[in-house]
Design a binder for this molecule. Sequence first.
Ligand code: SAH
Ligand code: SF4
Length: 359
Amino acid sequence: MEKKLIHGETLGELEGAVVAMGQPKFRAKQVADWLYKKRACSWAEMTNLPVEFREKLEDEYVFCSTVPIKIHKSQDTTRKYLMQLGDGSLVETVSLWAPDVEDETGFGRVTVCLSTQVGCAYGCNFCASGLSGFKRNLEAGEIVDQLLTVATDIEKESGKTDRFPIDNIVVMGMGEPLANYQNLIQALTIINSDWGLRFGARRITVSTSGLVPEIEKLADEKIQFRLAISLHGTTNEVRNQIMPINRKYPLEKLFPAIKQYSEKRGRMITLEYILIRDLNDSLSQAQQLAKIAHYLHAHVNLIPCNKVESLSWIAPMPAVQKQFIGFLKSANVSATIRLEKGDPIAAACGQLSFKTKVG
Ligand code: SAH
Ligand code: SF4
């Protein structure tokens, strides 16, 4: 029997499993407490569980499915973890530290960017994740384990264990999260639940290239995550050139789904807009983007395109970027821009730059 991932199980599933092992149901809550409240790193630490029960758990479950085989640190603010999964596949998890945004502990704010698939089937032609195609969906436990592995690494380095060291989660790493819908929701449920990590849904953002039926489904989920849409083009003509998904779900289908989402949730969504030289950086497109942002009641996050080896798109000149955001602001659009090209944060999320070959 293939082992399951312990961090991919809900409390209800754990209860079923412990009862099947001949244990009382309350043991499931004890296991969950060890996993998420005390954040145990091994079965051996779970000292209030009978030894034979721990051995059974070990026979049936993998404790941690993500091994950080390489950690790339840049300027002390960004860390890219190359995670090896059980089958040898590689994904990237990124942590971004914003030291200037102080929280009450004076430690700064940490955001973690999670991957949801090995590769990506959507083939946006500015993105490194889709370059080698789609391999497989991540399991829920593999998504949760990325977060726990990064948290443990941060704690090891800071020496602080008084609180969970991560403040925000963005699901913007490798893959299209809404194409792995069930495992995504299962993982985020474990992260959000009272019996799990108790991580607030408002601090979790899911980014999608625009899968309309799944956006509609997400609007009805119990847990209220934040939503970011990778827009990148204000017309079908431009979007078709860079995002093949737009042929299936063009803007006239996408916008009503986004509008419905934000109306049901009663909160602003974010439009991600990669600025690409001579493609989507003109003033008329800024005007169109402002109209869309007002219509959808959305915040705009501009991202100067990062050059991906073998792909031809590049960012506009800084003056053009400035003009673009300047226009949005003068049109009363809530807008931010990621810092200059070469900035470690700009280069961090959504683009996989590790080139390690394993084996
Ligand atoms: N598949 C989802 C989430 C992963 S992509 C989505 O498309 O939204 C995460 C983010 O990284 C997206 O906003 C994506 O557009 C951005 N990204 C990908 N390639 C990039 C590049 N070359 N330069 C800047 N941002 C990029
Ligand atoms: Fe996939 Fe998102 Fe990259 Fe498009 S931008 S190829 S959907 S990961």
